[in-house]
Design a protein around this ligand. Sequence first.
Ligand SMILES: [Zn+2]
Length: 143
Amino acid sequence: MDEFMQAAIAQAQKSRLEGGIPIGSVLVKSDKIIGQGHNKRVQDGDPMTHAEIDCLRNAGRIGNYKGTILYSTLMPCYLCAGAVVQFGIKKVVAGESANFPGAREFMESHDVEVIDLDLDECKQMMDEFIQNNPLLWNEDIGE
Ligand SMILES: [Zn+2]
């Protein structure tokens, strides 16, 4: 598997072990990981700390986002897609979108290339979490 998606999955698993939602993300530039993070909504009691936001925060101020690629184990939601469009990140790689369709069309309508790897590993991890924690998940997606 793609080493960067593997790193995003490791972040998701870390969140799960912490009692949080298993979504992980990494930011890549010039074939190097320059930031990584995971959903910390449960851990921090912060509804804004989605995996992609945590990842972008951890990358810090990088000047501009030219040539960066954002990886996420799950298709980014509108909040995170908004950050992608705002910062000019032009490529997003998602582990899956079967459990959550996210904001793919929104990103594509802003010239972001979106790739969905449709990975069983990501689908199973999310599906198992949603089955066991439906209320937590519904809170995450605003339902
Ligand atoms: Zn999000």
